[in-house]
Write a protein that binds this ligand. Structure first.
Ligand code: KMH
Ligand code: ZN
Length: 312
């Protein structure tokens, strides 16, 4: 085992597609704000930056490559962090549409969602009354009928177009135990090479709940299916973010934080930035005796192609 393989990779998911501008003034959506917060998160200790784009004028989710161009070069110029582009993007677009930014910019990593589900955010709509932008309320409310479509055919297409053609390493987002079996089928079919990187996603409505027993169940299942051929990380949605990150580190995993997954810094208190969450998780992990991976150590752990091979 090389020196870096025992270090913990902090991924920071900077803005996402779940939260809306009304929910927190800290949520970045203008390109300069996404860039600034991503750079600060990297300086605070995030080795990987998971990035979505938004429309600069109103914060609506965007899969337009031009909107990614507003922040990718600035991030690359100022940090050595690994850039991971979302292919989840706007939940209602097809996968073929959602991978357009990644095909253009050929990042080191991309998310890849491992199953179809009713990814629902509709309960969030009830918590707010004065909306900053008119798209927000209906976007959330209508998600009770969203099917976030990620079929086997979609996954095979992404594996070919990004994994093989662009040597992208995937953050395999698994929202429930069945998604691990989907991934196993794909690995056995030769779509992905070890080490695969699994993000256990806990606490999204439509997927498995955010508690320690479920994390242990996900990990035990992945151990059974993938043995030592995988690396894993946890994303706990909302208030579970920090406690599940700490549990993941204890169980031998990596961690993901960021305003995409939680707007909080502690119970009932909004975070003022992505970097604040990165600093907090870093302090928690270091106080438990863990070491944090640098971006180059993350590249070694995950066998990434390197930043010289990206196209931005
Ligand atoms: N927001 C996360 C729960 C993606 O970008 O592909 C899921 C996510 C999806 O990160
Ligand atoms: Zn995402």
């Amino acid at each position: 085992m090389s020196k870096s393989s025992r270090k913990i990779i902090i991924t920071c998911a900077v803005t996402g597609a779940i939260h809306t501008p009304t929910m927190s003034d800290a949520l970045p959506y203008r390109p300069e704000d996404i860039a600034r917060q991503a750079i600060d998160a990297a300086e605070a200790g995030a080795a990987v930056l998971h990035l979505h784009a938004r429309q600069p004028e109103n914060g609506a989710v965007s899969i337009n490559p031009e909107h990614f161009l507003g922040f990718l070069p600035a991030i690359k110029a100022s940090t050595n962090a690994v850039v991971n582009l979302s292919t989840g993007g706007s939940l209602r677009n097809t996968v073929a549409e959602r991978i357009a930014p990644a095909k253009r910019f050929s990042p080191e990593m991309c998310s890849l969602n491992m199953g179809s589900m009713n990814f629902s955010m509709h309960p969030l709509a009830q918590r707010y009354t004065n909306w900053k932008f008119d798209w927000e309320e209906s976007y959330l409310r209508e998600s009770d009928s969203y099917i976030f479509s990620n079929t086997f055919r979609d996954i095979e297409m992404v594996a070919g177009e990004l994994g093989h053609e662009h040597r992208v390493k995937f953050e395999h987002e698994c929202y429930d135990v069945g998604h691990l079996y989907n991934l196993k089928f794909c690995v056995d079919s030769g779509l992905f090479k070890a080490p695969i990187f699994i993000q256990f996603v806990l606490g999204i409505l439509g997927g498995i709940g955010a508690d320690l027993e479920n994390l242990v169940f996900m990990k035990r299942t992945a151990d059974k299916l993938f043995g030592n051929q995988y690396q894993w990380s946890v994303l706990g949605a909302g208030a579970s973010q920090m406690s599940l990150a700490t549990a993941a580190a204890t169980l031998g995993g990596h961690v993901r934080v960021g305003l995409e997954d939680s707007l909080l810094i502690s119970r009932g208190q909004l975070a003022d930035s992505n970097a604040q969450q990165v600093r907090k998780v870093r302090e928690l992990l270091e106080s438990l005796g863990h070491e944090i991976a640098t971006p180059d150590e993350a590249r070694e752990i995950l066998s990434l192609k390197g930043s010289a091979a990206v196209r931005f």
